[in-house]
Write a protein that binds this ligand. Structure first.
Ligand code: NAD
Ligand code: ZN
Length: 359
């Protein structure tokens, strides 16, 4: 199978590049009802960045608290309905924040033009019409959501992305300066999403020269950022991690993620754990699948004084473990990549439950 994916239309990179947004948006403003919807991480409310938003009186600026839960279908539908009812169809959506905000911006851009609930479109190529213009500005590096063709939403039935060519951003502004305020623990967990994307992309049957080239470079950057001589949250490393995030995302797009992401989806769906943290919780127990990556991951934990909890499963009920295992088992593309086309002969629901019991 050959993967044929759409890329972001335009990318600007560099410290201070946030300031290019005003000029970038100007020609787009003539579209639709001549206003923009800004969805911004609540963290920036009252901060300097709020003053720098190129938003006029006609625009809608929504600060969103992404911490209580990952983006939901209901949240997208409600915001879409409110904006359409009060102002009409925006010229475009601008998302400023982490993976959660990137996904909200991508999803709502599609839902402005596709009728009904976003639950109808969770899956591959279910979206009927192109969305409206959308621009992403990541403020924390790691998920690769800035480049991916999916907008992951949690719905009543499933945690699954709206995945199609139209999901991809028209424009991305990569300004590493914006990541300077990220607290150390979040910097670590979200950056590890990139690291794990690369390890999983590399370890499996879909790995190929194209995905490998991106993973190799992104891994090198992660190693410099987390283990190098000048490891830590320096301006130079913030630049590197932002590039690594994008390349890691491209790598998995042309290959696939694996066991860790399958388990992580179970943790998020059933226990509400956030994606990047859930990955770290799972990855520390995957010596059977990713021994080399895990060794390096442990060095990174040690170097940055990050202590991940263990023994969590003793507080989980059998029902919760089974439910998580079912979520993970129902991601055949990940197992197929990580284990092989005969994965069902090697991985059963019980194998997966045992992996959860290790946590
Ligand atoms: P996030 O958007 O959930 O934000 C994490 C935390 O960092 C929040 O508390 C936020 O307020 C804070 N934060 C962000 N930028 C900051 C800054 N500059 N300074 C201070 N604090 C800042 O984090 P994430 O880890 O980037 O994203 C996780 C989400 O991404 C999940 O919902 C997951 O499902 C999704 N995801 C999507 C894809 C995709 O391809 N679409 C891939 C992986 C993950
Ligand atoms: Zn991930």
């Amino acid at each position: 199978m050959h993967k044929n994916f759409k890329n972001i239309e335009k990318v600007v990179f560099g410290r201070g590049s946030f300031n290019t947004m005003k000029d970038i948006l100007e020609p787009v403003r003539k579209e639709n009802d001549h206003f923009f919807l800004f969805v911004v991480d609540q963290y920036f409310k009252g901060k300097e960045l709020e003053k720098r938003l190129p938003a006029g009186d006609e625009d809608v600026v929504r600060f969103i608290d992404v911490d209580p839960h990952e983006p939901t279908t209901e949240q997208i539908d409600t915001l879409r309905d409110e904006v359409l009812a009060s102002k009409g169809l925006p010229s475009g959506v601008i998302g400023i924040g982490g993976g959660s905000i990137m996904d909200i911006a991508k999803a709502i851009s599609l839902m402005f033009t596709n009728e009904g609930s976003s639950t109808l479109y969770q899956g591959l190529n279910l979206v009927k019409k192109p969305g409206i213009y959308h621009l992403g500005v990541p403020t924390i590096s790691g998920t690769g959501a800035e480049v991916s063709m999916t907008a992951v939403l949690t719905g009543p039935e499933k945690k699954l992305g709206l995945k199609c060519d139209w999901t991809v951003f028209n424009q991305v502004i990569l300004d590493p300066e914006l990541t300077e305020s990220v607290p150390r623990d979040k910097w670590f967990y979200t950056g590890m999403d990139t690291y794990i994307h690369c390890i999983e992309s590399e370890t499996g049957q879909l790995n190929n020269a194209f995905s490998h080239a991106y993973a190799e470079q992104a891994l090198k950057l992660c190693q410099e950022v987390y283990l190098g001589e000048n490891a830590g949250q320096t301006p130079e490393n913030n630049d590197k991690l932002m590039v690594a995030s994008l390349m890691g995302g491209l790598s998995l797009t042309y290959s696939e993620v694996g066991v860790c992401h399958a388990l992580s989806y179970g943790l998020s769906k059933i226990l509400g754990e956030k994606h990047c943290y859930a990955n770290c919780l799972a990855f520390q127990h995957l010596e059977d699948y990713y021994p080399k990556g895990l060794e390096e991951f442990r060095q990174m934990l040690h170097q940055h004084n990050i202590a991940l909890p263990r023994g969590l499963s003793k507080d989980w009920t059998e029902e919760q473990i089974t439910a998580m295992a079912q979520v993970a088992y129902n991601l055949p593309h990940m197992w197929n990549h990580a284990i092989g086309t005969d994965w069902k002969e090697k991985i059963t629901l019980d194998t997966i439950k045992d992996l959860y019991r290790r946590m």
